[in-house]
Design a protein around this ligand. Structure first.
Ligand SMILES: NC(=O)c1ccc[n+]([C@@H]2O[C@H](COP(=O)([O-])OP(=O)(O)OC[C@H]3O[C@@H](n4cnc5c(N)ncnc54)[C@H](OP(=O)(O)O)[C@@H]3O)[C@@H](O)[C@H]2O)c1
Length: 249
């Protein structure tokens, strides 16, 4: 059997219309797994769907900020063996400009959504025993950057949640782990900024590269780790947080 073979496993990937989630879905399919991909943008989600290897995959578009859409998404799921929570946003805001709406925006998609989606999947008994759950955090929870207070806090919250979840689910053999990458080459780091946010300019990229001399990662660098956490090869690992690309400071 090939290393990290996912044959016979069905995995849901959120944020699969772009970046890390898209690459994770493609790689799960290459490793023999079935994927249920979710995202908001139907066109980009279809693009991911068409890139998947093999048949029996499913695509469910949903805006996860809408709890009814979370519930509909979960109702449409078969029994699954894994969840990869990739939906997320950044919103660089210096602390003195933080307003309630900034807090709500970041915390909702980066913390509330994966929490509510996980609860719903568990409540509806869609997650089989011995499954694996993967959350996306960031290296910046340990090595903060200017303007990242809200983003880093939302990710610290999910790290803490994941550890508790790992404890609550251990008797069912269900594992929960976080991955905390440095900067990854996806649309997330190139998105146009909205009012009140700072641009990710060359200068800050330069500062970043000095801090993290391993450089900027590619989506497949992260999806390789996601595949490992989903596969039985990691069956003795739960409640951990894998830092990637930030080891050298
Ligand atoms: N890129 C990095 O440098 C980096 C580093 C560390 C951690 N991360 C984390 O890794 C995860 C994936 O990031 P990425 O770089 O792949 O970002 P990305 O390319 O911008 O993709 C983000 C995904 O989240 C989805 N999403 C956002 N809001 C949503 C909502 N309300 N409902 C449903 N889906 C929603 C997007 O869907 P639509 O596009 O269809 O709206 C998209 O598929 C995020 O949690 C991010 O915080 C990224």
């Amino acid at each position: 059997m090939a290393f990290c073979d996912l044959s016979g496993k069905t995995i849901i990937v959120t944020g699969a219309s772009s970046g890390i989630g898209r690459q994770a879905a493609i790689q799960i399919s290459k490793n023999g797994g079935n994927v249920i991909i979710s995202g908001r943008d139907k066109e980009r989600l279809s693009g991911t769907f068409e890139s998947l290897d093999g048949a029996d995959h499913k695509m469910i578009a949903a805006d996860l900020l809408n709890e009814d859409e979370i519930n509909d998404l979960v109702s449409g799921l078969p029994k699954i063996n894994g969840i990869v929570h990739c939906a997320g946003i950044v919103g660089p805001t210096p602390v003195k400009f933080i307003r309630k709406e900034n807090v709500n925006k970041l915390m909702r998609i980066n913390f509330e959504v994966p929490v509510l989606l996980t609860s719903r999947i568990l409540l509806m008994k869609k997650l089989l025993d011995n499954s694996s759950i993967v959350f996306m955090s960031t290296v910046a929870t340990k090595m903060p950057y200017f303007g990242g207070a809200l983003y880093n806090s939302s990710k610290s919250a999910i790290e803490s949640y994941s550890k508790t979840l790992a404890l609550e689910l251990v008797k069912k053999g269900i594992r929960s782990n976080c991955i905390s990458p440095g900067l990854v080459n996806t649309p997330l780091i190139k998105k146009p900024v909205t009012e009140g946010q700072m641009e990710l300019v060359d200068e800050s990229l330069g500062r970043y590269l000095k801090k993290y001399p391993m450089g900027i990662g590619e989506p497949e660098d992260v999806s390789n780790a996601i595949i490992f956490f989903l596969a039985d090869e990691s069956k003795w690992i739960s409640g951990t947080n894998l830092v990637m690309g930030g080891v050298l400071q």
